[in-house]
Design a protein around this ligand. Structure first.
Ligand code: CU
Length: 263
């Protein structure tokens, strides 16, 4: 049988065998594995994403994290198969090319059905999480109206309390931890975006459209908020902050604001 040469020497241009793994050696995979281990030791299981300071944001985070783990599984299987082929058929001097065939129906069905199942799983997980995140409570603990305008925000609480951008001061939204706040989001003029990175949440504030969503903070702290839509000259100044406090601190804050407003 005539031997087939299936790689070309890149320097001489002559046909010859230069197995890939022979050149790469075993050190590269081991080094890459070491880097991966070192990264996982530094708690990078967030994969660059916020873990979510609301229950809705945590749901989004867990969905994203699951996607990454699934992608890692796919990567291990595909790269594992690739490395197997390189080692099994690339190293020996006279092993020749693997047995050639026109098709393998069993394998083709497997590698069509498995990705289809993965896509279906991802789809239904996404729909489930989105429905949870977009669900709006009928009995929220707090109703809050957020208005975006050029160029600032108004956070209107019940009993006439409202916090608004004034001059160069950024407004602060105060929310009770562990309770559902139902936000009614509107715009006075152009398209704005209500965006809190730590909540993994962004939503349009559209003129003529009212959007509703729930925020259920599950972490105490202060978080940066921004306008996520380029809305004109001072768009970059449309900053705000969200301070999450305990329900008791929240009622104390709200009543103190109420007294200030009526005084
Ligand atoms: Cu804006």
């Amino acid at each position: 049988m005539k031997k087939l040469n299936y790689s070309r020497d890149s320097h001489s241009g002559q046909l010859g065998r230069r197995p890939l793994l022979g050149r790469v050696g075993w050190r590269t995979p081991v080094a890459l594995g070491g880097v991966a281990l070192a990264l996982s030791a530094c708690n990078v299981t967030n994969f660059g994403m916020h873990s979510g300071a609301t229950s809705q944001g945590s749901d989004i985070f867990h969905l994203y994290q699951t996607f990454i783990y699934m992608a890692m599984g796919v990567a291990i299987v595909t790269f594992g198969a690739l490395v197997y082929v390189l080692v099994r058929f690339g190293r020996r001097k006279d092993s020749g090319v693997p047995r050639q065939r026109h098709s393998n129906v069993k394998i083709e069905i497997v590698y069509t059905v498995i990705p289809a199942i993965i896509v279906a799983v991802i789809f239904f997980m996404t729909v489930g999480t989105e429905n949870k995140v977009d669900a709006v409570s009928t009995k929220p603990a707090l109703n809050l109206t957020v208005t975006g305008f050029q160029w600032g925000w108004r956070f209107a609480y019940p009993n006439g309390v409202s916090v608004v951008t004034e001059g160069t001061s950024y407004p602060q939204m105060v929310l009770p931890e562990g309770e559902v706040t139902k936000v009614k989001l509107v715009s006075k003029d152009v398209v704005h975006g209500f965006y809190v990175a730590a909540f993994n949440f962004s939503r349009y504030a559209l003129p003529g459209v009212t959007n509703y969503f729930d925020l259920t903070p599950n972490k105490l702290g202060t978080f940066v908020g921004r306008c996520s839509q380029l809305c004109g000259l001072y768009h970059a100044e449309m900053l705000f902050s969200v301070r999450v406090v305990t329900p008791a601190q929240f009622s104390a804050w709200l009543s103190s604001q109420g007294k200030g407003a009526t005084a």
